[in-house]
Design a protein around this ligand. Structure first.
Ligand code: TXA
Ligand code: MG
Length: 348
C-alpha cells in the first residue's frame, strides 16, 4: 500500500483534511497527531474499517479501541446513558487527554470494542485531530499509531518507522505536547475507577466528581493482579536492552549508576543512562541521554517514548534510568517506565 504524508507542521491544511476525511469515509486508515500521542484512525462505526487497524498494528483482537469525537453532543449517539459524573468530567476536561468508558449502544460494532458491551470515548484537544474527525464522519476509532508492542509514537517519523506501507496516510503535525496516552476512567460501574494514569491525575478528577479509585492492577507491586483495561495486561513495550530503574536520593542514584557503568564497561558492555539536565554531567562513561529538567514534568513525559526508541537504535546492552516521581504526572510517567523495565526497580 502507498502511504501518503500530509505535512501540517506549519498549520492545518483544508485540502489535506478533506483527503483524510475521504479516506476515512471509504474505510481507510489515517494516522494523525493528538495532544497525547499519534493515533491510527479508522471509521469507528464500520467494523471492516476497524478490523484494518488491528491488522496494520498486529494488535490482539480483544483489545478495544478508543472512539474519538469532535463534539460533546456526539457522545449521546453511541452510548446507552451518560452518567452525571461523565457530564461533569467532560465539561471540565474535554477537549483533552481524558478517555471515559460507557455502556455502548447498537451503533458501535463489537469489532471496535473488542467484543465488550462498553466503549471508550475521548475528545482530543488538537485542532488537526478534531477537524479530521469531523471530515471522517464524526466517530474515529484510534489506538496509538505504533506497531503493537512498541512505544507509542510522539512524532510522525515514529509512525512512519512502524507503519509505512501499511496505512493510507500520515498527517504530520509535529511533536505532540504530552507524550503519554490519555487517562482512562471507567464510569460504567458504581465508583469511577482510573484504568490508566495520564496527564489528568486522580486529584484533578476528584476535585470535580469526588472519590475516584485506582485500578488495583495498576498499583500492585508486580504484575500478579490483572488490570481492567484489556490493553494494560499485554506484555508491554520493553527496550531491546535490559532496563533497570534506580530509585533514591539524586546523589545516591548517580553514585550507584556510575558504579554500574564502571562495572559494566570493565566487562565490555555498552551502558545507556536516562538522566536529567541536572544530573547528566555527573555521569562517568556510558551513553547518557537527558529526558529534560526534573522541574519540567511535561518535558519528561514528552521525551520518554522517544528516548526508549533512540536506545533501540544503539547497541547498548543495559539501560539504567533514574526514577521520575514528579508531582503531577509522576504516576503516569512511572507507570510507563516501570512497564518498560519489566518491574525492575532497585532502591538505593
Ligand atoms: O491518548 C490516547 O488515548 C491515544 C490517542 C491516540 O488518543 N490512544 C490510545 O489508544 O492510547 P490505545 O488503543 O493505544 O489504548 C487504549 C486503551 C487500551 O489499554 C484498551 O484496552 C483500553 O484503552 N480500552 C479501550 N476500550 C476499553 C473498554 N471498553 N474497557 C476497558 N478498557 C478499554
Ligand atoms: Mg497503545
Amino acid at each position: 500500500m502507498k502511504t501518503i504524508i500530509e505535512d501540517m507542521t506549519t498549520g492545518i491544511q483544508a485540502a489535506g483534511i478533506a483527503r483524510a476525511g475521504e479516506i476515512l469515509r471509504n474505510g481507510g486508515l489515517v494516522a494523525f497527531p493528538t495532544e497525547t500521542v499519534y493515533g491510527l484512525g479508522a471509521n469507528a462505526l464500520d467494523e471492516k474499517a476497524a478490523a484494518k487497524i488491528y491488522a496494520a498494528k498486529g494488535r490482539p483482537s480483544d483489545n478495544p479501541l478508543i472512539v474519538h469525537i469532535a463534539e460533546t453532543e456526539a457522545l449521546e449517539e453511541i452510548v446507552v446513558q451518560v452518567p452525571e459524573a461523565a457530564r461533569q468530567l467532560a465539561r471540565a476536561f474535554w477537549p483533552g487527554p481524558l478517555t471515559m468508558i460507557f455502556r455502548k449502544n447498537d451503533r458501535v460494532p463489537y469489532g471496535t470494542t473488542g467484543g465488550l458491551d462498553t466503549v471508550a470515548v475521548r475528545m482530543p484537544d488538537h485542532e488537526i485531530a478534531r477537524e479530521m474527525i469531523r471530515a471522517g464522519g464524526g466517530y474515529i476509532a484510534a489506538p496509538s499509531a505504533n506497531t503493537s508492542g512498541r512505544p507509542s509514537p510522539t512524532t510522525a517519523a515514529h509512525v512512519a518507522d512502524d507503519l509505512w506501507g501499511r496505512i493510507d496516510m500520515i498527517i504530520d503535525g509535529g511533536s505532540v505536547g504530552i507524550g503519554l496516552e490519555s487517562t482512562i476512567v471507567d464510569l460504567s460501574g458504581e465508583t469511577p475507577v482510573i484504568l490508566r494514569p495520564g496527564y489528568i491525575n486522580q486529584e484533578m478528577l476528584q476535585s470535580v466528581i469526588g472519590t475516584v479509585e485506582m485500578d488495583k492492577g495498576l498499583i500492585a507491586a508486580d504484575s500478579s493482579v490483572r488490570p481492567k483495561a484489556p490493553g494494560m495486561k499485554y506484555k508491554h513495550y520493553a527496550p531491546k536492552a535490559e532496563l533497570v530503574i534506580i530509585e533514591g536520593k539524586a546523589s545516591t542514584v548517580v553514585d550507584k549508576i556510575n558504579k554500574l557503568i564502571a562495572e559494566g564497561e570493565k566487562k565490555g558492555e555498552m551502558i545507556g543512562v536516562i538522566g536529567t539536565d541536572e544530573t547528566r554531567d555527573a555521569y562517568r562513561g556510558g551513553i547518557v541521554k537527558s529526558i529534560g529538567s526534573i522541574h519540567e514534568e511535561l518535558t519528561i513525559s514528552q521525551h520518554l517514548y522517544g528516548i526508549l526508541r533512540e536506545f533501540d537504535e544503539l547497541a547498548v546492552t543495559k539501560i539504567y534510568s533514574e526514577a521520575f516521581d514528579t508531582p503531577k504526572m509522576g504516576q503516569a510517567i512511572m507507570n510507563r517506565l516501570i512497564k518498560a523495565a519489566g518491574h525492575q526497580i532497585w532502591k538505593v
